[in-house]
Design a binder for this molecule. Structure first.
Ligand SMILES: [Zn+2]
Length: 208
């Protein structure tokens, strides 16, 4: 398994291509379909599905072109389907924690509402793609439609139960090193929001 990281658009969005035996899963394809197609062609990867962490426009822009071109399905939580504006006929939805085998890989969609109602984190092996739920040293905002601070706190608590060596790839390149990558262990030590959710949950909503 190999992960290709693309930073696309002017909001520091991260799109990821997870490759396994030349089959690919594309996570949050947005902004620049040509850049994504270029890697797929160069590395001879056949895309099998697009996986969306949530439906905000900066994570889905132009993704419908990719779904149509490669005739693949997109996976998104039902509660973010309408916000995504993605064509319903091309989408597969689910309403709670959900698992699929895609591109020969077990993919676990963990329901993690808070940033949006239908936000999920996508776990593949010891990797987790956290979208806008958890960033290096930060977490997603909750002031957009469907956002909810208490839900986000519970979602952060849920993520903290993953093994410390779980590698995080987040939805924006907000990390100090210019990437969106970190680990659950690092975040449990450093991330003030995750620490507050675990140690002083009663104060979390005041912090955010
Ligand atoms: Zn978002």
């Amino acid at each position: 398994m190999k992960v290709y990281i693309l930073q696309l658009g002017d909001m520091g969005n991260c799109t990821y291509i997870v490759e396994h035996k030349k089959q690919g899963l594309i996570i949050d394809p947005s902004w620049d379909m040509q850049a994504i197609e270029k890697i797929l062609t160069k590395e001879d990867i056949t895309p099998k599905a697009a996986l969306f962490t949530h439906g905000h426009y900066d994570h889905v822009t132009d993704a419908k072109d990719l779904l149509e071109k490669y005739r693949i399905k997109g996976y998104i939580h039902y509660d973010d389907l309408d916000a995504s504006n993605l064509p319903h006929k091309d989408m597969i939805t689910f309403e709670s924690d959900h698992s699929e085998t895609l591109a020969g890989l077990k993919v676990d969609f963990l329901s993690t509402p808070g940033h949006s109602k239908g936000s999920v984190c996508i776990k593949i092996g010891n990797l987790i793609f956290t979208g806008d739920t958890l960033f290096p040293n930060a977490c997603g905002r909750t002031d957009l439609p469907g956002g909810n601070p208490r839900d986000l706190m519970l979602s952060l608590q849920k993520l903290a139960k993953l093994p410390d060596n779980t590698v995080i790839y987040s939805g924006h390149a907000y990390g100090a090193d210019g990437t969106g990558s970190t680990t659950i262990g690092q975040e449990k030590t450093n991330n003030p929001f995750l620490k507050m959710a675990l140690r002083e949950p009663e104060n979390f909503e005041d912090m955010i």
